[in-house]
Design a protein around this ligand. Structure first.
Ligand code: FPP
Length: 249
């Protein structure tokens, strides 16, 4: 891709992650599933630090999907309580490290106390610019498209928008991650090779990396190896390699 004289690793600006495998990790250690989720929080902390120190500008973590409501009520309840506890405990450190927090997902479906902690964390860290940490909670890619289409529909009905003006950039501005670049790299742990209704619109040109490592075992070292691998990939966005050389990609 590059001659050795101008060789430079490409860095991803936005990394998205599907943190899968907490339950199997707990199982393999003879522990209850909630112990897997707690171990998952530790892994998330290490990955957040590693991304910030490798100049990733946006990190999006899939913490709870629209489909996760189907889990046994006891597990859903434990996860909601864990999210409240994690926000209470970690927001100071995130703030001190210059990290801005943002949440995407169907907030109305979440417990009031969690919604309050989310709003407080967003307000507190709003001015931070080192890295944006997006937590997807009660999020689904299909939900995201529905909310975008609904908001666009309201504008059309109000007479503020002509349907002929609906194009990619308009939809872009109505997606949950509006204002942030699309992910350059998606990492999914836990062995499955699918997107599972994550960022369906945003992942159009994203490089995908799947690892069998269970999320609680995923660490800064493996992340570093994945980022180095990404650095050697050639992204064409539908064009041809010669065009990329011309634009310096
Ligand atoms: C997948 O494991 C993980 C989840 C459903 C979400 C919970 C994630 C965490 C607690 C980690 C980080 C949290 C934050 C707030 C940053 P699984 O239960 O689907 O595992 P399995 O496929 O092995 O059963």
């Amino acid at each position: 891709m590059n001659s050795s004289s101008n060789f430079q690793l490409i860095r991803p600006t936005h990394v998205a992650m599907i943190m899968d495998g907490n339950g199997r990790w707990a199982n393999s250690h003879g522990r209850p599933r909630h112990a897997g989720h707690r171990a998952g929080v530790k892994a998330a902390r290490a990955v957040i630090e590693a991304c910030a120190s490798r100049q990733v500008k946006v990190l999006t973590l899939f913490a709870f999907s629209s489909e996760n409501w189907k889990r046994p009520p006891g597990e859903v309840d434990a996860l909601m309580r864990l999210f409240v506890e994690v926000l209470q405990r970690e927001v100071d450190a995130l703030h001190e490290n210059g990290i801005q927090l943002r949440f995407i997902g169907a907030r109305d479906s979440l417990p009031t106390i969690l919604r309050k902690r989310m709003a407080d964390a967003e307000a507190r860290t709003a001015a931070n610019s080192r890295m944006t940490l997006v937590l997807a909670v009660a999020y689904g890619g299909q939900w995201d498209m529905v909310q975008a289409v609904r908001r666009i529909g309201h504008k059309v009905r109000a007479g503020d928008l002509d349907p002929a003006d609906v194009d990619e950039s308009l939809i872009d501005r109505h997606r949950a991650l509006a204002g942030l670049p699309a992910p350059d790299l998606l990492i999914r742990t836990g062995g499955e090779r699918r997107i599972s209704n994550f960022l369906l619109w945003d992942l159009a040109y994203t490089e995908l990396h799947f690892t069998d490592t269970l999320w609680p075992d995923f660490n800064a070292e493996e992340l570093g190896a994945v980022l180095d691998l990404f650095g050697h990939r050639q992204r064409r966005f539908g064009g041809v390699p010669e065009q990329l050389e011309a634009i310096g990609d």
